[in-house]
Design a protein around this ligand. Structure first.
Ligand SMILES: NC(=O)c1ccc[n+]([C@@H]2O[C@H](COP(=O)([O-])OP(=O)(O)OC[C@H]3O[C@@H](n4cnc5c(N)ncnc54)[C@H](O)[C@@H]3O)[C@@H](O)[C@H]2O)c1
Length: 261
């Protein structure tokens, strides 16, 4: 018997940590409902999950849109018979200060990064309650604790994820729903690659930047999406049965010290 046999997991974001989490939960026996905005990434995820023999439904969805999230969750419940797990990994990462970020970009960050967590909870929790409870994991960031310059909207959303996680945990604890967040340091995914490549950098520039980012972490390297997926899977599983309302850093020691090498 595997950890997630008979479970249905909703994952938002179909690349990076979302993809690794879907693969890990599927390996554990879960059926996967994945929502992403990027059609080619969605097709790639569907193919990977299909090849591994997993049951999967990957739907092109803008997770900031109430109508689309409602429809996608209904389709997943119809296909798989219910919902037990939610992993919220989708996000946008705009750069800018309060003065250089326009209001549209600010609102987009709020609605994708936070609004989507509210929406999957709003439409997903009633389904989880019907199954007697379940687990939600929200992907926050170390930027929710201590942020860099020039990421005002992004860092704000990551701090808000910590708060929304606590709020959901308290409101649904008695219905058997555990809600936690994870806060990664730098992880090798498309979001970080975009930051590393900058304006038209080469693959070698990306690797050099990853090495530089890694040196800021006491473990001396950046993390891999599979390492984050392992923590997410633990928090979704019954092994984490007394864990709720908390954040779990997975940052190679980044936030443990001040300027440590
Ligand atoms: N990679 C890192 O270094 C790092 C560090 C800390 C936190 N995080 C967080 O991890 C999570 C996953 O990011 P990642 O690193 O895997 O990068 P990623 O770019 O691979 O994943 C983000 C995903 O969100 C999807 N997405 C964006 N807008 C969407 C929308 N409106 N509707 C549906 N899907 C949408 C993208 O298509 C993409 O698949 C994010 O919440 C990110 O903030 C990443």
């Amino acid at each position: 018997m595997k950890d997630f046999d008979g479970k249905v997991a909703l994952v938002t974001g179909t690349t990076g940590i979302g993809l690794a989490s879907a693969r890990r939960l599927a390996e554990g026996g879960a059926a996967i409902l994945a929502l992403g905005i990027d059609e080619s990434a969605n097709a790639a995820m569907q193919a990977v999950l299909h090849r591994s023999g997993a049951e999967a439904l990957v739907l092109t969805t803008d997770v900031s849109r109430s109508d689309q999230v409602e429809k996608a969750i209904a389709a997943g419940v119809e296909r798989f018979g219910g919902l037990d797990i939610i992993v919220n990994s989708a996000a946008v990462h705009p750069y800018g200060t309060a003065t250089s970020t326009d209001f549209e970009t600010w609102n987009r960050a709020m609605s994708v990064n936070i609004g989507s967590i509210y929406l999957t909870a709003h439409f997903g929790i009633p389904e989880m309650i019907k199954r007697g409870g379940g687990g939600i994991v929200n992907v926050a960031s170390v930027q929710g604790f201590a942020c860099q310059q020039n990421v005002a909207a992004y860092a704000t959303t990551k701090g808000a994820i910590h708060t929304l996680t606590r709020s959901l945990a308290l409101d649904y604890a008695r219905q058997g729903i555990r809600v936690n967040s994870v806060s990664p340091g730098s992880i090798r995914t498309p979001i970080l690659e975009k930051a590393a490549r900058g304006d038209g950098g080469s693959d070698a520039d990306v690797e050099a930047a990853f090495k530089r980012f890694g040196e800021a972490h006491p473990l001396g390297r950046i993390g891999e999406p599979e390492e984050v997926a392992e923590l997410i899977a633990f928090l979704c599983s019954s092994k984490a049965s007394f864990c709720t309302g908390a954040d779990y850093k997975i940052d190679g020691g980044l936030t443990a010290g001040i300027g440590v090498r």
